[in-house]
Each structure stands twice: as C-alpha cells, then as structure tokens.
Design a protein around this ligand. Structure first.
Ligand code: 13P
Length: 288
C-alpha cells in the first residue's frame, strides 16, 4: 500500500519506535526491502536521492516500479516513496511525479531562505496529500581539518521550522553520512532532548543511520527520533555478498553468470539486513 509517511511516523513517535528509511537504487533494492518489511510486517519508507532518481530513469519510473512491485508481490504493509535530500526544484518534481513523501534539504541556505522555501513546499506537499521533511543545518564539527562530529542544529531554528507545519524534522545531532571516522564524537543527546522539547514533540529524523552504535540509535529513538535513514549499510552488504559470489568463482559455474543468479546473493543480503533492523533495532516489526 503506497501511502504518505505521516501516519506511520506519528504512530512510531507515539509508540517510541522508528521507521526505517532505506535508500533504493534499482529493482533488486526495492524487492529486497519490500519483501523484508512484508515478512516482518513493518511499515517502511523507500528513500530516493536525486542521483538515484536519475539512475532509475526519473522520478516517475521510480514511483511506477515501486507501485508495480507492491502489486506483484501483494505487499500489504504501508510503504512511502520519499525524496531524500531534495532540492527546491527536485521536491516539486517528485511531488508532481507521485512521490508520497519528500524531503526538502534547505540546510545550506541562510535560515531565512530555508524558512521561506520550506513554508512554500510544506503547503504544496500537503495540498497533494504528501508528507514532508525539512532539514535544519548548524555548526560544523571540523577541528584541525578532522571531522570528528557531524553538524549540530540550533534548537531555536528547529522550533521555527517545526512551527511551519513540517511533518518530521531532520536536525543534525553529530550524525554523519557514510562511514564514521575512528575519532567520531558520537550523538549529542543533550541537543536532541532540547530540540524535542523546543519543537513540542515533533517527530525527528536521524540521517546517517549506517554505522552508529545500536545503543546510541536506541537512545535517540527514546528521545523522539521516529525515522532512521539507512543507505551505506545496504550498499556494503550487497557489495560484500556479490564479491564473495565472484571470488568463489560461482559466476563461472554453469549459468552462474545469469544476472538473476549473480545479483541474488546481494539482494538476499539486503533483505536479511532490513529484517534484522526492523526487528532488533528500530522496533517497527509487527506495527504495520
Ligand atoms: P548512511 O548512508 O550513512 O546510512 O546515511 C543515509 C542517509 O542519511 C540518507 O539520507
């Protein structure tokens, strides 16, 4: 069932669990994530970056692929297709193409411009029944040229964007996309608690979900994070399983070169990871 992400995120926020927003790249990714979430009866958000949108031959094709795969497998859990880190133009294009949720990332703009554009896009998204996430930027974490902490958002700025009626808010609390450096400072729970308080309990989004220690993610969820974004981890398990298949020479045995065989171990690895995450990590299993 393709739906906006509002209801699933609000329920997660009330129930102190989180919805996984897993990034997709192609048919294998969509199948693996949807089958994993159906098996564990978890609602799910499929994230599409602007780059992945182009890779999948446009937003419309991404929406159609997701819809058709939902129909083909008879997926019953709530599914949202969500633009990840959308630009102002990208968010408009994704809404037009039938996305059920979008993120507008105006965090690199001066705060006044971020507010103005967020306000306009929130109105547009809501007029189409689409949920919307906005991002508030903040202080960089670089010291002596070494990035040991991600950005940390200003709770007062978060409150201003929350008051515009955004459905869920991405605010940096030291999180980083991709692999975390050895000397990473960890998540800033004091700031997270302040943001939650100053936004009157707006559901919050944790980006960069890959590689954060589990106890930290669980604590963040208990403090108001209701959506956790995961991208790199799925890419890593896919690449690892595919490498193993090739290194074991399986592509050279019989018709092991058939793409349906060659891509299967990677897709199975993504499904396994998603199932494990929704059960042990996010607590969204059984909440569909
Ligand atoms: P990771 O690649 O670190 O999991 O981050 C994903 C993300 O935040 C997408 O917006």
């Amino acid at each position: 069932m393709l739906v906006s992400a509002t209801e699933m995120i609000n329920k997660a926020h009330e129930g102190h669990y989180a919805i996984g927003a897993f990034n997709i790249n192609n048919m294998e990714w969509i199948k693996a994530i949807l089958l994993g979430c159906e098996a564990k009866q978890s609602p799910v958000i499929l994230g599409v970056s602007e780059g992945a949108g182009k890779y999948m031959c446009g937003y419309k094709n991404a929406v159609d692929m997701v819809k058709n795969i939902i129909d083909f497998y008879g997926i019953t859990v709530p599914v949202a297709i969500h633009l990840d880190h959308g630009s102002y133009e990208g968010a408009k294009a994704a809404i037009e193409a039938g996305f059920t949720s979008v993120m507008f990332d105006g965090s690199h703009f001066p705060i006044e411009e971020n507010i103005e554009k967020s306000k306009e896009l929130i109105e547009l998204a809501h007029s189409k029944g689409c949920s919307i996430e906005c991002e508030v930027g903040g202080i960089g974490g670089e010291e002596d040229g070494v990035v040991s902490a991600g950005e940390v958002a200003d709770p007062a700025e978060c409150a201003t964007i929350a008051d515009l009626g955004v459905d869920f808010l991405a605010a940096g609390i030291g999180n980083i996309h991709g692999k975390y450096p050895e000397n990473w400072a960890g998540l800033n729970f004091d700031v997270l608690a302040q943001i939650q308080q100053q936004t009157n309990g707006k559901p919050l989004v944790l980006h960069g979900g890959s590689g954060i220690p589990r106890e930290m993610v669980k604590e963040a969820i208990s403090l108001g994070v209701s959506k956790v974004n995961v991208n790199t981890e799925c890419q890593l398990v896919f690449a690892e399983a595919t490498r193993k298949y090739i290194e074991e020479g399986k592509d050279l045995e019989g018709k092991g070169y058939d793409p349906r065989k060659l891509l299967k171990p990677g897709a199975d690895a993504i499904q396994k990871l998603v199932e494990e995450y929704v059960v042990d990590f996010f607590g969204s299993a059984g909440k569909a």
